[in-house]
Design a protein around this ligand. Structure first.
Ligand SMILES: *Cc1c(COP(=O)(O)O)cnc(C)c1O
Length: 461
């Protein structure tokens, strides 16, 4: 037993190997990687011996150095990398949600250096990072005022923490939404210390349920705020009922408490589906504050926005959490350029990649699919009608007619892995044992680039 273990290379021997010695990396980091690699090999040998199996040849110093080098090279390549989205999900959280247009990328690059983030150039005095963004966004969303933080969850946390004490925030059990990666809206709302008061039942909540929460339990304070959460990723059917946002707003007004509405996706309407509620519609319905993300239907960078009552926005802005959750200069620049794109987008909608993807007609998509198919020499049956979705917590269950290339393959998983291994990688969707490459989400990808990637597939023609 000890003979196999004694063959494990010494740390210094591996470190001295030319493949590691030539690196300009910190020695302590390389040493740690070498230690880990040797420990893994020791584990392997011990596991084999424990099962009375032959551990085989023990990895030597040279092969070990190669292993470590492979990890260093993997770390050294840029991340996140650009990928081609063939999934048909327009706002794919795993793929970085909304792709940003050139104007936004340019704004980010400009702000990345030294910039006037919090300096008034006219006076030389200290300014606010939101000096330009605030009135611009307020006008765009038809709100009294706007505050900006670093994501939608932070907007919710800030509003509930700043406005939900001492009595807590009342939320219908029918709106206890889980938004992915097992994060729950109710937990995020309560994370700042304002208690969350669950009202009603899963399928039905009545106005009197909210009323009871506002009255409070014996001796205790009533709820300090009402929370409405848009069911952004699921629908309820059957024996269900909820209080409309405007009726709830009536109750909030009567009792003098704020109504915070977590909309999730901040739609402006233009160029996007009419059945997704807009920020302005929520405000008109009487929400005191509406919270939403910058990188969902707004088509911009990761950010969280709060729009609504100037007085409540001021309370949020003064809360210490506002400082902890503030947006960085890259986000400010990106959101500013995104807001400009919306300001200039008339009925046709703003000139943003998300809106372009959404607007493509099925005829355009089919014509492109036919061109690509012909260039690849694939059979006619490879062009199929597909169903894209918005994703990113908007319009659950609703599909957008699309067109996909579905090549004839014998090993679908392997083909999918092969596409992910291209440069740039292409991410497709596996559906009922077939590989679907949806063209709607590939709207901005050059044909030549796409063809180069697809030619790598072992297609049966
Ligand atoms: C997406 C979503 C959030 C979280 O927004 P992030 O920008 O991802 O932090 C919160 N609430 C709802 C209803 C959502 O759909």
């Amino acid at each position: 037993m000890s003979s196999a273990l004694s063959q494990l290379p010494k740390v210094d021997r591996v470190l001295e190997h030319p493949r590691l010695a030539e690196l300009d990396w910190r020695r302590a980091m390389l040493r740690r990687l070498v230690n880990e690699a040797i420990a893994a090999e020791r584990e392997r040998v011990l596991a084999a011996l424990a099962q009375q199996a032959d551990p085989g040849e023990v990895v030597g110093a040279s092969a070990m150095a190669e292993r470590v080098r492979a990890r260093v090279d993997a770390w050294a390549s840029p991340h996140p990398r650009r990928v081609l989205n063939g999934t048909g999900v327009l706002l794919h959280t795993n793929l970085g949600r909304a792709p940003l247009p050139a104007s936004v990328r340019a704004a980010v690059a400009e702000a990345a250096g030294t910039c006037d983030l919090e300096l008034e150039l006219a006076t030389g005095k200290r300014g606010s990072r939101l000096a330009v963004l605030r009135p611009l966004l307020a006008a765009l969303f038809e709100a009294e005022d706007v505050h900006v933080v670093n994501n939608g969850a932070a907007a919710l946390l800030l509003a509930c923490t700043a406005l939900g004490r001492p009595g807590g925030v009342a939320l219908s059990r029918g709106q206890h939404v889980e938004i992915g990666d097992s994060f729950r809206v109710a937990d995020m709302a309560a994370a700042g210390g304002a208690p969350l008061i669950a009202v009603g039942s899963t399928n039905r909540t009545h106005l009197r349920d909210y009323g009871a929460a506002l009255d409070g339990a014996e001796g205790g304070p009533g709820a300090s705020a009402l929370l409405w959460v848009h069911r952004s990723n699921f629908v309820q059917e059957g024996f269900v009922g909820e209080v409309s946002l405007s009726r709830l707003a009536g109750l909030a007004e009567e009792r003098g408490v704020p109504l915070i509405a977590d909309l999730g996706s901040g739609s402006l309407g233009a160029g996007l589906p009419a059945d997704e509620p807009t920020v302005a519609a929520y405000l008109r319905a009487g929400a005191s504050l509406v919270g939403f993300s910058g990188d969902k239907l707004l088509g911009g960078p990761q950010a969280g926005l709060l729009a609504g009552s100037a007085e409540l926005i001021a309370r949020c802005r003064r809360h210490p959490l506002a400082r902890a959750l503030r947006l960085d200069k890259l986000g400010v620049a990106a959101l500013h350029a995104t807001a400009l794109a919306h300001a200039r987008g008339q009925e046709a909608g703003p000139d943003l990649p998300l809106h372009r993807m959404y607007a493509l007609s099925v005829d355009e998509l089919r014509a492109r699919a036919e061109r690509l198919r012909a260039a690849l020499g694939w059979s006619a049956s490879c062009v199929r009608e597909s169903a894209a979705t918005l994703g990113g917590g908007a319009l659950p269950g609703s599909e957008i007619a699309s067109v996909a290339l579905v090549p004839e393959l014998s090993a679908v998983e392997a083909a999918s892995a092969r596409l992910r291994g291209q440069d740039p990688p292409l991410v497709a969707r596996i559906h009922e044992g077939e590989l679907w490459i949806d063209l709607r989400t590939l709207a901005d990808v050059d044909d030549e680039e796409l063809l180069a990637c697809l030619r790598e597939l072992p297609v049966r023609t």
